[in-house]
Write a protein that binds this ligand. Sequence first.
Ligand code: GDP
Ligand code: MG
Length: 303
Amino acid sequence: MADAPRPAPLRCGTIALIGTPNAGKSTLVNSLIGQKLAIVSPKVQTTRTRLLGIAVAGAAQLLLFDTPGLFAPKRAIDRAMVSDAREVARDADIRLLLVDAARPAMPDAVGEVSSEAAPTWLVLNKIDLVAKEKLLPLAARLANEAAFKQVFMVSALTGDGVTDLREALAEAVPEGPWLYPEDQLTDAPARLVATELTREQLFLQLGQELPYAAAVLPESFETRPDGSLHIRQQILVERDSQKAIVLGRGGARIRAIGEAARAAIGEALGAPVHLFLHVKVAPGWPEDARMLRALGLAGPHRT
Ligand code: GDP
Ligand code: MG
């Protein structure tokens, strides 16, 4: 028998998603990440850029950046975002230019972006909405407008073509160590982002003292095949009276907390969220040092 094949060298690279709003950038990021959700943080990772997520494909770690507002800035804040986005796009190892195949508008600035040193790939998205025989001529026409190194046709929504794109990216990013530790290749960071956002709602929606008597524990966190997140969390309180406050009259308070947290988590993680909250009375939990560490409770927080 032959020896086991050597493991492939590690690869790691940055990928900037560019394209007009609604082209499907966020949907494609979710689709590229798939089940291997590693980090999707609402926190700004540097002063300029937002790391959307990390996809893992074989030996490669793909760091995905959204570059919102790259084109046609109107307000000053948009112009500022555009110059930041240009930097992200310029510095990325690979740029993916998404074009909505059903409404194929080529962004004006694409020539400018494409002229930079790093390669730009054309990704024709939403191919599920367009007749097959129209796709090739469309791709050919777009490819005429700028020098794309590769062209892909995908449906970020159905996942059609996304595996090919992911594998091509994995082969194209440079060899090098992963920039994020391997142990972050679980959903733990996203899971904690989710509990923090629920805890934030406790602070926002309840009286002053109660949130300090409450904690949010992650129970389960699953990515469903449709890309949505199914999240269960436990809200721990110390006394029955506190549980009654969290629940509110007829459950109105917990519904409002759950709804606001669901929206915030969905926005932060870029996916539809189904959130299930359970309130549990656990006397003495704030004295349990191990529990406190497990909860990462280090005073009030901001996201
Ligand atoms: P972004 O503004 O570029 O981030 O675009 P989004 O990812 O938010 O997508 C904009 C809209 O297009 C959403 O309603 C998506 O569900 C939809 N969309 C994205 N990708 C596809 C696709 O491949 N097919 C279809 N039919 N719709 C898609
Ligand atoms: Mg988006």
